[in-house]
Each structure stands twice: as C-alpha cells, then as structure tokens.
Write a protein that binds this ligand. Structure first.
Ligand code: SAM
Length: 279
C-alpha cells in the first residue's frame, strides 16, 4: 500500500517512523510519503489560508495549493509499481481521506475496508477547514471520503491521520507479527475485548481469575466471551443493538439475560425492567 499525507506540519507525522508502522515502512510493506502543503504555494509568504467568504471567525485553507498538491500526489506512482500495477491503479482511483469532525465516523470496519486499498491520500485540514470546492474538484481524481475520528474537534487533521494510518496499517499483511492477535480484539466482532492478565498470578492481593489458570481451554473461551458481553453492556451498550445474536448458544443467551438483555428476532433487546442490573 502507498499512503501520501499532505499537511502544513509534516513533522507532526514523525511518529509514523516508529514502532510497527515504522518497521512496516522499513520492510517495504507500506510506502508512506509526507508532503508539505506550503511547497505547493506560489507566493513569497507560502500562504495557505485566507478569510472566509460570508464572514465569521477563523481562516479557511485556500483551494489552489490543495489542488496543486493533490494533483502532484495523484500523478505519483508507488516506488514498487510494475507496468501491471500501474495499469490496475489507473483504473482504481486513490481514496482521498479528508479528516473532518463533519465526516463519516472512522471505525474498525472502515479500517478493514481501507486496508484493502492500494493507495490512500490524507489531506490534513487546519484552521476552519479546506475550501469546499477542493472536495468537488478532487472527486474527479479520487474517491473522496471526509472522515471523523470522533465527535469532538481537534486543531488539525494530523492527529486523526496518525490514528487512522496506525489502525489501517496494522491490518496490512505482515505488519503485526502474529495475525491471531488481530482476531480477538475490541471491535473485531462488534464487541469490546475481555480483560487480560499476565504474571504474577497474585499481585498486591489481587488474583488472576482462577479459570485462566485452569488450563481448560473451553472454559477459558466461554469466560472470555461472557466478559466481553459484560464489558460491552457496561461500557458500550450501543454496540449491542448492532450485535448479531441469532446464533448465540444457550449459555451465552443466559449470560446476556443475566445482563438484562433478551434475544428477539436475532437481536439483543434490553428488558425494560433491567435498569438497575446494569452498573
Ligand atoms: N470548522 C470545522 C468544523 O466545525 O467542522 C472544524 C475545523 S478543525 C478546528 C481543523 C481541522 O482539524 C479540520 O479541518 C480537520 O482536518 C481536523 N479535525 C478536527 N476535528 C476532527 C475530527 N473529529 N476528526 C477528524 N479530523 C478532525
């Protein structure tokens, strides 16, 4: 996969040289290029912003530097591109992700979807954001996806890009040493992960749950599933409404019943009288 990031603070993306993503880059699993938007300005002051039409507070990012930068990025070929991959890339437009609190929510499902792409381009906004016409223009060259990290406002797109690139990059084949560790994570199956423990088994008068020391893999798997249900019900009950409960075994239905949920038409429904049971 090739990723390009355009920002007025290219240094902000330096953490992507570290840890698993940095190693993936070194190993050639991921090509990542960071571009300074100001390199695509033409004035002496390298201006990227101007006052908003219609008035109001703050500044807006000017369209032309963005068009220049994105056109240059769109024209660039991955280092490892063969004639064959160049032909297939010409057919498939790169995805342009525009971080924005007004975008669609970035989730684990989005990360999986984007990990299938050959090319991703990220456009880091600052100030009040990028002139809207850039997104219209870019739709002729990219599949444009405004994307939000969550329902809060950051100062710029860089932090969102760090998070998204890490979430996507760790799903690329070979990036995480043991792919099994991606399977039972929070959000991989629509639930939160169960609690995890390591040695020593007794620490400051706190014991690791006995079932984890039992060596009974069936019991451990069931305990972990039930812990997932409990944790998700307590912390993120919104996730349970989407959870496919049609094929739950009887013991799991009982576990959900104890948490105040019944299975109705394959979906979990909170019993109206269950309020007090949930902490
Ligand atoms: N005026 C914009 C609004 O209300 O929608 C917010 C602009 S914000 C101060 C500046 C930039 O930070 C945005 O253009 C975007 O790139 C980034 N940003 C802020 N919050 C974000 C979020 N929740 N997810 C992704 N990017 C965000």
């Amino acid at each position: 996969m090739r990723i390009d990031v355009v920002s007025i603070f290219p240094e902000y993306l330096a953490p992507l040289e570290l840890s698993l993503i940095g190693k993936a880059r070194q190993d050639g699993l991921l090509e990542l290029n960071v571009h300074d938007l100001r390199d695509f300005t033409t004035d002496r002051h390298r201006t990227v912003d101007d006052t908003p039409y219609g008035g109001g507070a703050g500044m807006v990012m000017k369209p032309e530097p963005w068009a220049q930068a994105l056109a240059a990025v769109a024209a660039a070929r991955p280092e490892a591109a063969s004639a064959e991959t160049e032909a297939s890339e010409a057919a498939a437009r790169p995805v342009l992700i525009v971080p924005s609190p007004a975008g669609e929510r970035f989730t684990q499902a989005t990360a999986h979807e984007l990990a299938e792409e050959d090319r991703l381009v990220f456009a880091c906004g600052r100030y009040e954001g990028i002139d809207e016409r850039v997104m219209e223009w870019a739709a002729g060259h990219f599949t444009v996806r405004p994307m939000s990290l969550g329902d809060y406002v950051l100062n710029g797109g860089e932090v969102a890009v760090l998070a998204m690139v890490e979430a996507i990059g760790r799903l690329l084949p070979g990036v995480v040493g043991n792919p099994e560790s991606l399977v039972e994570e929070s959000h991989s199956d629509g639930l939160l992960e169960y609690p995890v423990y390591t040695k020593p088994s007794s620490w400051r008068d706190r014991e690791v749950p006995a079932v984890l020391l039992s060596g009974n893999h069936g019991k451990i798997a069931q305990w972990r599933r039930h812990q997932q249900y409990r944790r998700t019900a307590e912390r993120r009950p919104d996730l349970l409404t989407e959870f496919d409960a049609a094929k739950l075994p009887r013991a799991d239905r009982t576990a959900f019943s104890d948490l105040g949920y019944d299975v109705v038409d394959g979906h979990l429904r909170r019993r109206p009288d269950a309020g007090a049971e949930q902490s």
